[in-house]
Design a protein around this ligand. Sequence first.
Ligand code: NAP
Length: 484
Amino acid sequence: MPDAIPKKTVLITGATGYIGRRLKHRLLKSSALKIRILVRNRNKVQVSVADRVDIREGSTFDKDILHDALAGVDTAFYLIHSMGSKDDFQDRDRVSAENFRDACIANGVRRIIYLGGLGVRQDASKHLLSRIETGEILAAKPDRIQTIWLRAGAIIGSGSASFEIIRNISQKLPVMVAPRWVRNRTQPIGIEDVLSYLQASIDLAHTGNLIVDIGAEKLSFEEMMQQAAEIMGLKRYIIPVPVLSPRLSSYWLILFTPLPYKLVAALVEGLKSETIIQNDNAARFYPEIHPHTFKQTVADAIGELEHNQVLSRWCDSSSSEACDIKDFDNPAGAILRDTRIVPFANGQRQQDVFRSACAVGGRNGWFKYNYLWRIRGTIDKMIGGYGLNRGRRICGELRVGDALDFWKVVDIKPDKRLLLYAQMKLPGEAWLEFDVQPDQLVQTAHFIPRGVLGRLYWYLVLPLHHFVFNNLARTVVSAAGKTE
Ligand SMILES: NC(=O)c1ccc[n+]([C@@H]2O[C@H](COP(=O)([O-])OP(=O)(O)OC[C@H]3O[C@@H](n4cnc5c(N)ncnc54)[C@H](OP(=O)(O)O)[C@@H]3O)[C@@H](O)[C@H]2O)c1
């Protein structure tokens, strides 16, 4: 019997983000690879994959962790960015890329594969510039380590930021007054094709660095909107007007999409100039990949939404200076609390009440006082928060890190505890906890007020809490066993 070919160890960074999560699922299907992931919070790794991957916990700012994560690695994917951080994101991106490249070299990693943005330096927005700098840093020592740098524009897939903008606008606005840039062309690409390029890059027979621009057909934002509307069976009218500044268009877009201002503004900034591919390396080096048309990728994304198969979303990552979850899974320091205790009716089971708690939000709404939650969501949106329209990834399942309207899931103990952290604009920190005990539900809203304003806010909304939280706890229990 010949010896079995040893498996290559591949490290995926950003494995809890939009691209990384899907890449992890794709590569797990390959029997030739051992998958290791570097994540900032291991609880965000889906239970069903946690025992099939080698998990290392930490960030690229911790050099010891990086060395541990890269030991014995053949190929390392760099799928992270600091875009959600405050204004220092460019500096953070630089340091992160330098740390990563140097740790790869020290550990004898053969190849780095990086996915950056499409576009040229002279027209680049601040965010694209940072993506370009990251690529340059990773590729700066070609004699020591090889880097394959893929560059993509708008990525279209269920839950991707670009798709969510296009889908929401097409669905909600029959007539759209739009800025002139809607006629600028770009080359969108479907998420499945992106994953194919990333996967094929592991074994690509090439020495030396390579920059590969990837994209499907050239389309303007206007054409993308029209084609997406067509797939959804809608007729839409887009009227370009000469004056509509990027800032105004961004404010306008956030009203109709689930995305926050910062992300929309970055995407709009990127659309102001043409972003089309600058080299034919995709066709030369990956002739087996034929990118799907925009229409096909939209149809696939809508199919995934309809069949509850969304694997990752634009809001999966923490999008903040540091990982948002680690410090947030313990509301013990809260000084203001609203607790509701609802005993189970005869025969009600703990696991059914837990499932009922996990079904709140999204299309199911927040029960009798849903309109109050909606008003709160609209206010949140107006003041720059997420509002309610992030909804939820899929109906029947929650995992740590999922966005749930204006909450983020920060802890799940199956059949026992669901903890949500408030990402709405608040003068303080807030959590909503469902502690499911054998015979009763203990639901607690925890609040750490920020200064006098925080306390004032809590006492002002106290009368509303009385109705909203009371109804929420009662309905979660009474609906138990009735949700699928
Ligand atoms: N999505 C797109 O439409 C798109 C389009 C073109 C190019 N790209 C490129 O694709 C790459 C991945 O983007 P994405 O959309 O998947 O991003 P994403 O959803 O925002 O995910 C970012 C990931 O990076 C992790 N991360 C951030 N900083 C880290 C650090 N210092 N150490 C360790 N992990 C860290 C995050 O972890 P937490 O979960 O802990 O936050 C998260 O898993 C980026 O380079 C981006 O420029 C994306």
